[in-house]
Design a protein around this ligand. Structure first.
Ligand code: NDP
Ligand code: GDR
Length: 343
């Protein structure tokens, strides 16, 4: 019988790549979708016709229990979150509820449905549901060492980072308290043509495409000096799957081990379209964050050694892929804020 996976955050960037990857592996894939008329759910249904949809919300404990009861998954991937860091200052409480407490609700749904009792603290005979939590390099925040490994201390710099740290420790705690197969992937920034337009990579590649096509002349950005370890989302979802196939439940850092600044990202994207960035980019203090994460760089040695995982797409290939995709999208008259932003 096909293995069954339940993915929260199915309408997001990673949800789509993970669903495609699991379908290729022969899984029956279920996506948890929220809202009564969520346009992102219709978009997802069009592109991922083989994914089954179950209704639920990370804010609603009962809905998660019902979803797990209905789907009876072998594996649960918790990708649902408020994931845009600036929004986490504006809606700090909601971020704590969805990105932090949502992890508790999902773990509780699994615990209850697998018959794991609080007192015995061990998995019931109904079989073990394996759980993946989407942890983030934002938990490192103000870094104490570079590159960052699985044992680097956390010093989150945003309500988002704090909420992710809660989910991370809770996942560890459910593993230790109940013997659950619950793991966290500490993933560094990963991007793709399906990245939301609010994140800096996509904002830049869409800006480049608009300037190239004469739709605008200027791109307004915040801090150009921040440095990140950027990889391709399609590579990273494979690591999520590998973590749940491992012999024992452990956490892993996933990234490329290479760091670039926002300035270098901008240069690469404008150059890919034959443009001079200095003629078009303006910086705006209003786009700086109350507390910035200056640099992040992964040490993915453990994932390479234990999972055999390697990133395949280089930074330059990623930027070229995104610029090309956005040029095609806008040339074809697509609206990046609507359904057509997905190739
Ligand atoms: P996206 O922002 O693209 O997707 C977020 C998903 O969360 C959407 O499907 C959204 O659904 C869903 N969601 C939001 N609120 C709720 C809720 N109340 N209940 C259920 N689902 C909800 O994120 P990514 O795909 O980029 O990232 C996936 C996960 O990985 C996130 O948890 C993110 O924080 C984490 N992460 C991402 C990294 C990256 O670089 N991309 C790096 C490290 C971690 P809806 O359509 O209904 O809004
Ligand atoms: P990040 O991604 O906060 O790292 O979180 P984002 O692309 O938003 O920012 C990266 C860096 O770019 C700087 N920056 C700008 N950012 C945005 N969005 N818009 C701008 O105009 C701009 N100008 C400069 C930022 O200050 C920052 O330093 C992403 C999300 O996917 C999280 O969910 C995930 O956990 C982390 O990556 C790892």
């Amino acid at each position: 019988m096909a293995r069954r996976a339940l993915i929260t955050g199915i309408t997001g960037q990673d949800g789509s790549y993970l669903a495609e990857h699991l379908l290729e592996q022969g899984y029956e894939v279920w996506g948890l979708a929220r809202g009564q008329a969520n346009p992102r759910v219709s978009r997802m249904r069009k592109l991922l016709a083989d994914v089954h949809v179950v209704r639920g919300d990370l804010l609603d404990q009962g809905s998660l229990i019902s979803a797990v009861e209905r789907v009876q998954p072998d594996e649960v991937y918790n990708l649902g979150a408020i994931s845009f860091v600036p929004m986490s200052w504006e809606q700090a409480e909601l971020t704590a509820e969805v990105t932090g407490m949502g992890v508790l609700r999902m773990l509780e749904a699994i615990r209850v449905c697998s018959g794991v009792s609080r007192s015995s603290g061990s998995a019931g005979s109904s079989g073990q549901i394996r759980f993946y939590q989407a942890s983030s390099s934002e938990m490192f925040g103000q870094v104490s060492e570079t590159p960052q490994t699985e044992s680097t201390a956390f010093h989150p710099r945003s309500p988002y980072g704090v909420a992710k740290a809660y989910g991370h420790f809770l996942t560890q705690n459910y593993r230790e308290s109940y013997g659950m197969f619950a793991v966290s992937g500490i993933l560094f920034n990963h991007e793709s043509p399906r990245r939301g337009a609010e994140f800096v990579t996509r904002k830049v590649t869409l800006g480049v495409a608009r300037i190239k096509l004469g739709l605008t002349a200027q791109l307004r950005l915040g801090n150009l000096e921040a440095r990140r370890d950027w990889g391709f989302a399609g590579d990273y979802v494979k690591a999520m799957h590998l973590m749940l196939q491992a012999g024992s439940p452990e956490d892993y850092v996933i990234g490329t081990g290479r760091m670039k600044s926002v300035r270098e990202l901008v240069e690469a994207a404008f150059t890919a379209a034959g443009l001079d960035w200095e003629r078009h980019v303006v910086t705006d203090r209003a786009l700086h964050r109350p507390a910035e994460v200056d640099l992040l760089c992964a040490d993915p040695k453990k994932a390479r050694a234990q999972l055999g995982w390697e990133p395949r797409v280089s930074f330059d290939e990623l930027v070229a892929m995104m610029v090309e995709s956005d040029l095609r999208l806008l040339t074809d008259g697509g609206d990046p804020d609507q359904d057509s932003s997905w190739p």
